[in-house]
Write a protein that binds this ligand. Sequence first.
Ligand SMILES: Cc1cc2nc3c(=O)[nH]c(=O)nc-3n(C[C@H](O)[C@H](O)[C@H](O)COP(=O)(O)O)c2cc1C
Length: 230
Amino acid sequence: MDIPIIGSLNGITSEGWIEYAQQMEQAGADGIEINVFYIPADLRLTSEEVEQRYLDIIRTVKQTVKIPVAVKLNPYFSAIGNMAMRMEDAGADALVLFNRFYQPDFDIYGLKVLPNLHYSESNEIRLPLLWIAVLYGQLKTSLAATTGVQGAREVIKYLLAGADVAMTASALYKHGIGYLRTINSELEAWMFNMGFNSIDAFKGAMSQRNISDPTAYERANYIRILENAK
Ligand SMILES: Cc1cc2nc3c(=O)[nH]c(=O)nc-3n(C[C@H](O)[C@H](O)[C@H](O)COP(=O)(O)O)c2cc1C
């Protein structure tokens, strides 16, 4: 294939990462995405211990392979910006924002846990969008956006926030792989209409550091929105 292949390395414990990372590299992966699918349900675990687990895994995998290593973060760290910085220090070459943990539902009459799959919706881009816009220009890692990309509109928003790449899963399950072509041509049409010749011409244009009013990302806007609604 002409496109890079990134191996997604999923795990919940600190075991096994080295062996599988090596196998992926030997099999020809161009990069590895570390996905720590870990729900800290043990109440004795402190946030520091949980964070350390991520950093140890990144360091271990980085020492093992030569190909670039990305980390798919979850949005539940108390200080995402600081955690992103420490992941970079631990060796992460790219950050993927955010992991969308599988969350089961309940059947309230059958009193059962329902293992159903809920595809993402476009309004779910807001949280990763915020953090990509904040992190843009502050780290050396590449930034990948995932969650909520239903079409070119969300790709454009993520790029404007400062993402280097946008990813999509649910939309391809809904519309099929050929939908990627639609997304790309709509992105090109938008760029043509806006007079942008390259992605770099607009990447990060709406990031916190590049917009004229950086407080646009802060809570005070709630008050403004409510006042305007009166
Ligand atoms: C059917 C399905 C299977 C998935 N399996 C995985 C998986 O094995 N590992 C993983 O890291 N993410 C998995 N994901 C999560 C996606 O990689 C992605 O993070 C999430 O769906 C959000 O992106 P989206 O809004 O484009 O769907 C899966 C998503 C779907 C819909």
